[in-house]
Design a binder for this molecule. Sequence first.
Ligand code: MRU
Length: 328
Amino acid sequence: MEVKAFLWKGDHLLLLDQRKLPLEEVWLDLRDHIQVAQAIKSMAVRGAPAIGCVASYGFVLGVKSGEDPHRVAEILKNTRPTAYNLFWALDRMLKAFEEGKDIEEEAKAIEREDYEANLRMGEFGQNLLPNKVRILTHCNTGALATAGWGTALGVIRSAVKAGKEVFVWVDETRPFLQGSRLTAWELAKEGIEHRIITDSTAGFLMKKGLVDAVIVGADRITLKGDVANKIGTYSLSVLAKEHDIPFYVVAPTSTFDPRIKDGSLIPIEERSPEEVKTCGENIVAPEESDALHLAFDITPASNITAIVTERGVIRPVNEENVKKLLSL
Ligand code: MRU
């Protein structure tokens, strides 16, 4: 059965607690927008498109309970600063409210459109890949990170569906381990051949000729095509360039921030140093040591071979082509 990260139940939202995976499949029962905001902030749900969908349902819960729509949107926005889909979805929900539309239907449309976009990106993306391919991916961009199917992982799924021989190197993705805990969980469920590596293994595998393509998702994309994504993505892009390996970004147009030209203007989320100083329940650093936890980095457009969206493929990645795709 297809993995779902969240299920809308009409008057409450069920959320698969991603902090507990792969050991336990625990569903949280969220009844108001405060609980939804906490779930997003604490990463019970994560991945930019999934965050956008879940926030939309949080908006419905808050507004239907009589709260001020602007205040509800503000509380939900004040959770994960880099993921653009969060802001895109809540602005769309506010607009729907102001236009007198049915906000529950709007949230369902956001979920449905994200799923459909993933299927389209899957097709566009898998067409870029050879029949036999070893892909390296970072973080989790699958069904858990979206309304279903996935972005970068959706391309992998579509390639397998198209009959291609696919092997996946899964970056463990410190410190939250979205790769080893979540991507490997999704791939294992579907029997897609994969192997987990520590993040620092990627370069040597490329040097040895064991990686044919790098495919990642995005949290925010600027007009120039600079991409914010999980910390470590930039390093992978530099390594891929050095080894002449194609580097693909897969993201729906709801991840593009048309107000920002340059990657240096994207707000980078900084999370608690404690998440670096621990690994699961285990403490892995001296108490007196400080740590820096930047959750995202910026990959410049010049390191990206192509960006795959539901409207088509941007290649080469530059301002002119981004604007053309977004009809700006
Ligand atoms: O901190 P996370 O787990 O929310 O970060 C997720 C990513 O970086 C993903 O690559 C991105 O959101 C795209 S998910 C389809």
